[in-house]
Structure formats: C-alpha cells, structure tokens
Design a protein around this ligand. Structure first.
Ligand SMILES: CC(C)(COP(=O)(O)OP(=O)(O)OC[C@H]1O[C@@H](n2cnc3c(N)ncnc32)[C@H](O)[C@@H]1OP(=O)(O)O)[C@@H](O)C(=O)NCCC(=O)NCCS
Length: 450
C-alpha cells in the first residue's frame, strides 16, 4: 500500500477509536433503553445486534430492553384461531386470549435472554410494571388491555446496580396480581422517565427513512445512502404532517418510531436513535460515532460553533498538523494559538472538534480568516462553510467592511462562498508588510455590506 494511503487509513481509524472512547466515557453509568421490535428477533443479524448490546453492558452502560411484541402476539393468537381486534392501534384483549398473550410476550422476551446468554451477560425477565385495566372507553370494552400505572423503579435499579440487564415483556400486573396486556410503547416511555434514561434506541426494520419518496422539509441532512441522519423535534413533527396521508408499512413504521421518539423527548430523554436492526454494527456506529448509521431525534444542542478553551488546543493542532506538513497552512505552535486565543473558533459536534479557524483583525476595516482546518473524516458536512460564515458575521460585528484569506490551494472553495481574487496591494498595510513573497499565496476577499 502507498504510504500516504496507509497514513490516511491510520489517521481515520485512530479518529474512530478516539471518538468511541470519548462516547464510552460519556455513557458509562448512564441508562440506555432499547425498544426492539419483533421482526428484528427473526432476522439473521439479531445475534450480532445482541452481541453489540452485550458489549455496551460490559463497558458499564446500564441497558434496559423492552421487546416490541405486538406483531408476534398477533401471530400467536392467529395460530390459536383468535382474531386480533384493534382500536387506534391498541389491542382489545379478551379474557380468553390473555393466556396466549402472556405466552407470546414471555416467549418474545426469552429471545433476548438466549442471545445475551451467548455473550455471558446476565439478564432478568421481570414483573417491573404495575398496571390497571383500560376499562370501557366510548362504549368499547378493552378487556384485559391495561395501561402502565407505575414502574417499580427501585427493583429495576437493584437489577441494574448488580450489572444485570432487565427485560420487560409487555405485561403489567394489578396490585392484586391480575395480568394485563400493556403496550411496549407505554412501558418504554414509563421506563425512560422512571430511570431518567440518557437515550432511547428504537430498533426496528423496514422504515421509510431512506426512501426518496418520503417527504422531508428543506435542509434535512441525509447520508450517502439517502437516510435521514438527524431531526429536531420540530422537523420530526413536520415530517409526520407531510407524510400523514400515506399508510404503507415502511411509513407506518417510521411514524410509530417518530411518535415514540417525540414522546420520549418529553420524558427528558436527550436523544432518541432509530436504527435498522438488520444492519450489522448499527448500534455501535450510531452511538459511538458522529457519522451515525441511523436517524437521531435530539432535543437541545447537537453541534455548535464556540470560542476556544485551552483544552481544545491539542485537538486543533491535531487537525492542523497534516495541513502544516503539506504547507497548506503555515506552522503554528500551541503558544501561537494561545497568544491569539480570542481570535479562534471551533466547530464542535457532540463535544468533539470537527473544524477550527481564526479571524485576525489587521485594522483599516479588514480582517483575515486564517488557520482554517476541517476534519477530513467529516468533510463535506458543512463544518468549513458554517465556521467561515460565523467568522464573517464576527467581522461584521467588529465593524469590518472586508474579510480576506491568503490561500495556496483552497481558492476554488472560497470562490464558492462568494470570495474573489484581489491584488496583494489591497491588503491592509501591516499585513502587506508581512506578506511572504516566496509563499506567493493568492489573496481572496469578500466585501461585507453593512
Ligand atoms: C476547505 C475545507 C475547509 C472544507 O471543509 P469542509 O468541512 O469539508 O467544508 P464544507 O462541507 O463546507 O465544503 C465541502 C465542499 O467543498 C469542496 N472542497 C473541499 N476542498 C476544496 C478545495 N480545495 N477546492 C474546492 N472545493 C473544495 C468539497 O468537495 C465539498 O463539495 P460538495 O459540498 O460539493 O461535496 C477543508 O477541506 C480543509 O480543511 N482544507 C484544508 C485547509 C485549507 O485549505 N485552509 C484554507 C487556508 S486558511
């Protein structure tokens, strides 16, 4: 292999490892709830998925599993010649069907026990849900369908403290011990709230998020495979509205997951990840990398541009080093950056620095954009453009009428942002005096109006 290619591969894998450690550190001791829909347990990828979940448990993440068993229960009832009746997506459970519902719910849960046993992770199927009957609503008798009354939080905590993984089948019990069929969605939300979960991961299949026919508002980021990468709650609601008239299975699956995600954010969960359980390694890629593999719905801030802190300098130098070696950027030391600390800004994604740049003021109404470096692993994701846009705004606020940049190889990129080539003579005097004739950089500038 060519040395350069090997260096790049090395740099990329180091970056992935670094990022994974960063996230692992952030998640250790935190609770992540997994709602895993039934068809996933039937796929060949299920054992890999569970191996990855077992790995999370072993690294100190507190995992709770809620099997989504509705489809499986329908199948078992059908096999026993019992017709499933639903009202607004909720099953009406006749007393005569309840024994089969319990059987199916517990059987679905044992799939997880079996898979976790293979990775030597201890798991417990338990009665952690107190329930009450839904009763008769608008004349409709829900029979033994129940709602979550309470989660036995202390019992769950004890299980988690012991390093075990609780699995909650979709059954709840009244204080008198009567079983009810409770929706896994209701259990998921109640558990997220009771345990103050950091994340909810919805593992499903056949979701419309990659479909080009699935309408999205402008500006929604899709990955190379066309999958929606990230959504704010407002964007998720807009998508639900735009696609409300479609009822094909992938759209229904997507909407069930989005509705659950929005409800989970209301319980205080920071991020919900919707992943396709049939894609190998999807959990690790989604949780431990900013590149993601699923669709994240997030409340609050995900990426941001901010001033730098001393602790950012090593990461900034790491981004700049290959460019300084190639001569694209002039060499700067930690001390150089430290001295001009207030000039620099970084583009941060989930706590990791993806790009940096500086704005140096030279007087005469002109400021220079310099030391721009974007992480090649995250190229073409808009970090460079957003950072430069931010610095242009900063220059305008400082009263500058023009920003300029000295570049040897990036002039095309700056042209796309509206910069145009100007003579060296148009630089402010102090900068002109320092202009390195040997380096022979081109000067590009952007006039700022008002
Ligand atoms: C130029 C740079 C900042 C872009 O970073 P980024 O985070 O990928 O930026 P964006 O996502 O906003 O822009 C990416 C687009 O610019 C294009 N691009 C990247 N480098 C380019 C270059 N030298 N010339 C022309 N276009 C370029 C990409 O192909 C991509 O195009 P696309 O959106 O059509 O796919 C980054 O490549 C970099 O760090 N370059 C080296 C440092 C440098 O030259 N600094 C300038 C001197 S101060």
């Amino acid at each position: 292999m060519h040395n350069g290619a090997m260096d790049l591969e090395n740099a990329v894998s180091m970056e992935v490892i670094r990022e994974a450690f960063l996230y692992q550190n952030k998640f250790a001791g935190q609770t992540v709830v997994f709602k895993i829909d039934f068809p996933v347990t039937e796929t060949t990828g299920f054992s890999y998925l569970m191996k990855d979940i077992a790995l999370l448990v072993k690294t100190g993440i507190r995992v709770v599993i809620v099997p989504g068993s509705s489809e499986y229960i329908s199948r078992v009832l059908y096999e026993h010649n019992i017709t499933s009746t639903f009202a607004e997506d909720e099953r009406l459970t006749a007393a005569s069907a309840m024994q089969y519902v319990e059987m199916a719910a517990f059987h679905a849960a044992t799939h997880f026990i079996t898979a976790l046993s293979a990775s030597r992770v201890e798991a417990v199927i338990g009665n952690f849900v107190r329930s009450r009957g839904r009763g008769v609503v608008n004349g409709l008798d829900y029979g033994q369908t129940g709602v979550v009354d309470k989660i036995y939080t202390e019992s769950l905590r004890r299980i988690l403290d012991a390093g075990m993984t609780p699995i909650l089948p979709c059954i709840g019990w009244s204080p008198a011990g009567k079983p009810y069929n409770v929706s896994s969605t209701g259990i998921t939300l109640a558990v997220c709230e009771a345990l103050a979960a950091l994340k909810l991961v919805i593992v499903t299949t056949d979701c419309a998020f990659s479909s080009p026919d699935y309408s999205t508002p402008p500006g929604i980021e899709r990955n190379g495979m066309g999958k929606i990468v990230r959504l704010t709650p407002q964007e998720a609601r807009e998508i639900l509205r735009m696609n409300a008239k479609f009822d094909q299975k992938p759209v229904k699956n997507a909407h069930n997951a989005l509705n659950l995600a929005l409800a989970a954010l209301q319980t205080g969960v920071e991020r919900v990840h919707i992943v396709d359980g049939t894609e190998e390694g999807v959990i690790l890629r989604e949780l431990f990398s900013n590149l993601g593999a699923g669709t994240m719905i997030y409340a609050g801030e995900y990426d941001a541009i901010r001033n730098i802190r001393n602790s950012d300098i090593p990461d900034m130098l790491r981004l700049m080093e290959p460019l300084m070696q190639k001569g694209v950027l002039i060499r700067r030391t930690a001390e150089d950056i430290q001295q001009k600390k207030d000039d620099f800004a970084v583009f941060v994604v989930d706590g990791a620095i993806h790009a940096c740049a500086a704005l140096h003021s030279w007087g005469e109404g002109q400021a220079e954009i310099a030391a721009l470096a974007s992480d090649p692993m995250y190229s073409s994701m808009g970090a460079g453009r957003r950072l430069v846009g931010y610095l242009i705004e900063r220059a305008a606020k400082q009263g500058c009428s023009r920003v300029f940049v000295l570049t040897t190889t990036t002039h095309d990129w700056f042209e796309k942002l509206g910069f145009h080539e100007v003579p060296v003579e148009s630089l402010p005097t102090a900068k002109r005096q320092r202009y390195d004739r040997k380096r022979n950089s081109r000067v590009y500038a952007l006039e700022i109006n008002g």
